[in-house]
Design a protein around this ligand. Sequence first.
Ligand SMILES: C[S@@+](CC[C@H](N)C(=O)[O-])C[C@H]1O[C@@H](n2cnc3c(N)ncnc32)[C@H](O)[C@@H]1O
Length: 252
Amino acid sequence: MGMQKFDDQTHTIVQSSDGSFTAYSTEYGEHYHSTKDGALQESLQKHVIPALRVKREKKELNILDICFGLGFNTLATLEYIEREGLGCRVSIYSPELDSTLITSLPYFAYPREFEKYRDMLIELVQTGRYLDESWDVELFVGDAREYIKRFENHFDIVYQDAFSPATNPILWTQEYFADIAKAMKSDGVLTTYSIALSTRLALYENGFRIYLNEGEGYRKATIASLGTLEGFEPVDMEHKIACNPEAKSLRD
Ligand SMILES: C[S@@+](CC[C@H](N)C(=O)[O-])C[C@H]1O[C@@H](n2cnc3c(N)ncnc32)[C@H](O)[C@@H]1O
């Protein structure tokens, strides 16, 4: 791989509070992860652990990872399942618009927990697919809005990890979450770092129940489901709406 390295004009590598590296996008003016919570910690605490806690008993899982970015949510899912010995077969589907980012991923400084997935990542980046007896990962280079329309009643888990609603509103609208709801199974679970009322409203207006994902060492996040979730504190959306009558979901 010679002298090539990850940094280019639109992505620079940045260390986060847990020691793991993330990137800063000059195009979007945002980091790929919360530098305060730490890239690896954020991925685990806000997405992977709560989602797999709900789906612990499942022997097969279909996961939508919006969007691939540096691939932390996908890689942390595989690592956590192996570490915990959950023994479930996982298919991950992940769209990503930025082809320059994807081709530079083999040069990224990943946490050592992900080192064993290096060859897999290279194959995924080069061919858009990785398949073995445990994992089936598809990396789709293109627009997530188009990609999600291909699926119906398919996903057990959705990691909603786009850039912020202010920066990338098209991946947070009521219409977007309508397509997500259709793509999910009726007992599917969606995780996101966003606790904005506009995000929760966009989900709520599509029939999601909204819950708080809260714990030690990371900022509050949201977990939502079209069904009921045990073990998470429900957010009283009618009360929030009554207290904030001006609040609105984003629209296309
Ligand atoms: C916050 S980052 C994702 C971080 C990622 N989950 C990780 O663990 O590294 C958001 C990603 O969404 C991508 N993106 C933005 N708009 C998109 C779209 N319409 N379709 C697909 N990907 C998009 C950006 O290029 C960026 O990589």
